[in-house]
Ligand binder design. Structure first.
Ligand SMILES: [Zn+2]
Ligand SMILES: [Zn+2]
Length: 244
C-alpha cells in the first residue's frame, strides 16, 4: 500500500497547497480519502483522473469535500470524451446525505456509508468508525491483502472509539488541529497531545499528524504528541509518500 499526502491543512489551504486529501494505491486500486480544497489540482500530480477508482468522504465539512463537485465535472467530461470508461464510485458518510447534492449519477456512483459498512475496493478492505465531531464524521481503516493497515482519523475529538479503531494500525494518520495550550477551547478536534495519547493507547506504528492549524510552529505539534507516544511521529506534508 502506498500513501501520498495530497493536502494536510485544516480549514483552508495554504498557498499552492490543499486541505484534507490522501491518495492510497494498492495493487492497482486508486483510492482518494477526502477531497478538500485544492485536492483536485494537486491529486493530478500523482493520479490520472481517468484512473481514479473511488473516493471516501468522511464528512461534509468544506475542508474535506470542497473539490468533490469539481471532480464530478471532471469525471463527466472525461467520460463524454471517452477517456474514462467507468463511473467513479464515491462512498459518502450517509449522515451527509442532505448536504451533498451530486448532479450526475451516471458519472458519480454514490454509495452511502456508516460505521456498520464494510467494503472491498480491489484487494483493499475498508471499515469505518464513528467519531466525535460537530457533524457526524467517520474514521476509515484500510487493510491491504498482506495485512498492513492504515487508519485515517478524519476529524474527531478525543474518544475511546478512535483508540479502539486504531488498535495496532501500521500507519495512523491522525488529525492534530490544536496545540496543547488550546485544550478544551474547541470540541470535536484533537490537540497534538491527545493525538499522541491515542497513538500510544492504540499501540499504533508510524503516526502522522495532519489537519494543521495556520499559526504557531508545527514542529511543536510533533513535540507535544511525543510527550505521550514513544513511537515514530511525522508531520504530514504535501507530497509526502509512505510505503507499507
Ligand atoms: Zn476538517
Ligand atoms: Zn470537520
Amino acid at each position: 500500500m502506498d500513501i501520498t499526502i495530497i493536502g494536510c491543512w485544516g480549514a483552508y489551504p495554504e498557498k499552492n497547497e490543499a486541505t484534507s486529501g490522501y491518495f492510497v494505491e494498492s495493487e492497482g486500486s486508486k483510492i482518494l480519502l477526502d477531497c478538500g480544497s485544492g485536492v483536485l489540482s494537486r491529486l493530478q500530480n500523482y493520479c490520472l483522473l481517468e484512473e481514479l477508482d473511488a473516493v471516501i468522504v468522511t464528512h461534509a465539512h468544506a475542508d474535506h469535500v470542497a473539490d468533490i463537485f469539481s471532480l464530478e465535472f471532471a469525471i463527466l467530461i472525461l467520460m463524454k470524451l471517452g477517456r474514462r470508461s467507468k463511473p467513479l464510485d464515491v462512498y459518502v458518510n450517509r449522515e451527509a446525505r442532505g448536504m451533498m447534492a451530486f448532479s450526475y449519477p451516471d458519472n458519480m456512483r454514490v454509495h452511502w456509508i456508516g460505521a456498520d459498512t464494510e467494503l472491498t475496493i480491489g484487494t483493499v478492505q475498508l471499515a469505518f468508525s464513528e467519531n466525535v465531531h460537530d457533524i457526524p464524521c467517520l474514521a476509515v481503516k484500510l487493510t491491504s491483502r498482506n495485512g498492513k493497515t492504515l487508519v485515517y482519523s478524519g476529524d474527531t475529538g478525543y474518544c475511546q472509539a478512535i483508540i479502539d479503531f486504531a488498535r495496532s494500525a501500521d500507519v495512523l494518520l491522525i488529525e492534530s488541529s490544536f496545540y496543547d495550550w488550546q485544550a478544551g477551547l474547541m470540541n470535536g478536534h484533537l490537540t497534538a497531545g491527545e493525538a499522541g495519547r491515542i497513538a500510544a493507547l492504540a499501540g499504533a506504528g508510524l503516526t502522522i499528524l495532519t489537519h494543521f492549524p495556520h499559526y504557531g510552529e508545527l514542529q511543536q505539534l510533533a513535540a507535544e504528541a511525543s510527550n505521550h507516544y514513544d513511537g515514530p511521529i511525522r508531520l504530514a506534508s504535501c507530497g509526502m509518500h509512505i510505503h507499507l
